[in-house]
Design a protein around this ligand. Structure first.
Ligand code: S3P
Length: 424
């Protein structure tokens, strides 16, 4: 499916964005491991999180959706062997977090996914889960899915993350719920900490110190929880607003976990006016309303410890960079090459198709800002690339056609409607 987005003069409005994808996955998975019911408000009903629900159902977990809440009837730590391979679709979070849980189950299971997911590295979880005692094979060349996992008795380990990945950290911590002794993950660079927060919310024994987190097995109890709006989805609208002087939008009820708010810091550094109103904490996660007012932006450097805090927002930040004065340098972001697509290569090609000067580097790119022309770009089936170039359409000097935009349903099915509501 192609979509064509036409330029707007102004972006204005007050809106909500759908529930946080990372938190929705974890609420369902951890709710399933708990005893008793977990009632999840504002669960993200998009393809990635629906993949998690369908895998859980295949593992014997009953899940209902009454239209307002998703109800997970937790079965405790021991699940049923699946009758056929589990399909994680496009979702790396589903595959990697579920692998951590399957490592502790006394049966064999296979996890597979779509063509994009079957190209994503899994050695990063095979290594620590094998150290813990699981038998786990990456059937694609020893590195890629499908994964065949034979779980069993695990032992706690202390594992230092070789890549800054919350999915790897979470896989090890979830496996730690089944291990003898304590399991510790040491992270040289801080990544999103939703798993730690949610395990604690469900009553697990979680011990946190700067740069390290430990878990021991223990009884999880079903809970009620409300998922905040996804800052990664809000980022598309907020970045469009930031880059269009005179625009102003308020997004209500957004999750502002400090491991995720890099996009707000980068937009501020570029010169946008960003304010946070009504901060509160819900179910262990910070939540607030975010107001952004557009300004003329300037190029910045995005690198180092900032990268994990903006990893999913870099595609849309490239659009702000394309309109900013001067150069924007993105460095230390080679992880972008192993996301749903090679996001460095795909962004560089798409930006050039819209007339932007880009130098591609192994770990990032340099974007020389100026203007964005209308044109046609390939999203290669990657939801965040499709939405980033749709934002380019709002800001360019002519319409932008995005090929392969059905992927919007992966994380933000209402995206087009939201753009129509705020664009004037
Ligand atoms: C996620 C972690 C990040 C992020 C992804 C969601 C999570 O991936 O890019 O969209 O929910 O844990 P990595 O762990 O590969 O960095």
């Amino acid at each position: 499916m192609d979509i064509t987005i036409s330029p707007v003069r102004n972006i204005q409005g007050r809106l909500h964005v759908p529930g946080d994808k990372s938190i929705s996955h974890r609420a369902a998975l951890i709710g399933a491991l708990a005893r008793g019911d977990t009632l999840i408000d504002n669960f993200l009903r998009a393809e990635d999180c629906l993949s998690t629900l369908s895998c859980l159902r295949a593992l014997g977990v009953a899940i209902e959706d009454d239209g307002s809440r998703v109800i997970v009837h937790g079965v405790g730590p021991h699940w049923r062997a699946p009758a056929s391979p589990l399909d994680a679709g496009n979702s790396g979070t589903t595959m990697r977090l579920l692998a951590g849980i399957l490592a502790g189950q006394p049966f064999e299971a296979e996890l597979t996914g779509d063509a994009s997911l079957r190209n994503r590295p899994m050695d990063r979880i095979v290594e620590p889960l094998s150290q813990m005692g699981a038998r786990i094979a990456a059937l694609g060349d020893g590195r890629f899915p499908p994964l065949r996992i034979t779980g069993g008795p695990l032992r706690g380990i202390s594992y230092t993350l070789p890549v800054a990945s919350a999915q790897v950290k979470s896989a090890v911590l979830l496996a730690g719920l089944f291990a003898r002794g304590e399991t510790t993950v040491v992270e040289p660079t801080l990544t999103r900490d939703h798993t730690e927060r949610m395990l604690a919310w469900f009553g697990a024994q979680v011990h946190r110190q700067p740069g390290r987190v430990s878990v021991t097995p223990g009884g999880l109890r079903g809970r009620e929880l409300a998922v905040p709006g996804d800052i990664s989805s809000a980022a598309f609208v907020l970045t469009a607003v930031a880059a269009r002087p005179g625009s102003e939008v308020i997004v209500e009820g957004v999750g502002l976990n400090p491991t995720r708010t890099g996009v707000l810091d980068v937009l501020r550094a570029m010169g946008a006016d960003v304010a946070v109103l009504n901060p509160t904490v819900r179910c262990g996660e910070p939540v607030a309303d975010v107001v952004v007012r557009g300004r003329s932006l300037r190029g910045v450097r995005i690198a180092g410890e900032m990268i994990p805090r903006v990893i999913d927002e870099l595609p849309v930040l490239c659009m702000a960079a394309a309109l900013a004065g001067g150069d924007t340098v993105i460095a230390d972001a080679s992880e972008l090459r192993v996301k749903e697509s090679d996001r460095i290569g795909v962004m560089a090609r798409g930006l050039r198709a819209l007339g932007v000067q880009v130098v591609e580097r192994p770990d990032g790119m340099i974007i020389t800002g100026g203007r964005l022309r209308g044109g046609r770009v390939a999203s290669t089936g990657d939801h965040r690339i499709a939405m980033a170039f749709a934002v380019a359409g709002l800001l360019a000097d002519g319409p932008v056609t995005v090929e392969g935009a059905e992927s919007l349903a992966i994380s933000f099915p209402e995206f087009e409607r939201v753009l129509q509501e705020v664009g004037h």
